[in-house]
Design a protein around this ligand. Structure first.
Ligand SMILES: Nc1nc2c(ncn2[C@@H]2O[C@H](COP(=O)(O)OP(=O)(O)OP(=O)(O)O)[C@@H](O)[C@H]2O)c(=O)[nH]1
Ligand SMILES: [Mg+2]
Length: 223
């Protein structure tokens, strides 16, 4: 026998506090997007689960686009600079954002990062969010596009189990297709799960290890 326990409306003690935090964050995100628009800079919020391939995808996108655009990357991570060290090797300007114990970036941290670069000399910013399929979806950053990276190694249900972040996404990248067969996970199943949650989302399969699918990601982002 199975029983299901859930919260009822108003039962979560900090519900009002959470609403206030998200409202304040939304206002800061709007300010970020105005700053970006004023400077003609496009920003992409790259969200996704831990280890799904966010940094690998950004590295490929830099190599693909760095003759067309002046690119910066904001790397969100709890405490390390591992990802920003990787990205810096590709010649892009890199800002490490360390969140401490926070499991997501917020608009205030991105505002600080925006203040630390010369927006006059940039066209495009990739923002790598902290690896997590829950909170980053709730905390808007003011980016033009939101992209979620998942990989087949996370199993067949990660999209259906985390629908909210996919509802907010413009593009979903399903990565590590080279491992799909050994994982027993089908790309078409994940694609149809993403579309069932968000019929407008663009879904692209990739192998970031080889670069397969990167052109389609660029096309889907409209950059
Ligand atoms: N087989 C395979 N491995 C991949 C692919 N893409 C990325 N990887 C590997 O997956 C691991 C994690 O990739 P990252 O790009 O660091 O993932 P991430 O999402 O940035 O990880 P966090 O920032 O730690 O959340 C690395 O060892 C990559 O080499 C792929 O398409 N196929
Ligand atoms: Mg990373």
């Amino acid at each position: 026998m199975r029983r299901i326990v859930t919260h009822e409306e108003g039962e979560i003690f900090d519900v009002e506090l959470e609403e206030q935090i998200l409202k304040a964050n939304d206002e800061l995100a709007t300010r970020n997007s105005e700053i970006l628009r004023r400077h003609g800079v496009k920003a992409i919020d790259v969200m996704g689960s831990i280890g799904s391939g966010k940094t690998s995808l950004i590295e490929l996108l830099i190599e693909k686009l760095n003759r067309k655009y002046r690119i910066a990357v904001f790397n969100g991570d709890l405490t390390t600079t591992i990802d920003s060290d990787r990205v810096a090797r590709h010649g892009a300007e890199v800002i490490q954002i360390n969140t401490g114990k926070e499991c997501h970036l917020d608009a205030n941290l991105v505002f600080k990062a925006l203040n630390s670069v010369n927006l006059e000399q940039l066209d495009l910013i990739f923002i790598e969010n902290v690896g997590n399929l829950i909170c980053p979806g709730e905390f808007k950053l003011g980016a033009d596009k939101r992209l979620v990276v998942v990989s087949v190694t996370e199993g067949p249900y990660m999209i259906l189990k985390h629908p909210f972040i996919f509802m907010e996404a413009d593009v979903v990248v399903i990565n590590k297709l080279d491992l799909a067969e050994s994982m027993g996970v089908e790309y078409e199943k994940l694609r149809s799960d993403a579309l069932s949650v968000n019929p407008k989302v663009k879904v692209i399969g990739t192998i970031c290890r080889t670069g397969k699918g990167i052109d389609k990601v660029v096309e889907a982002l409209g950059i």
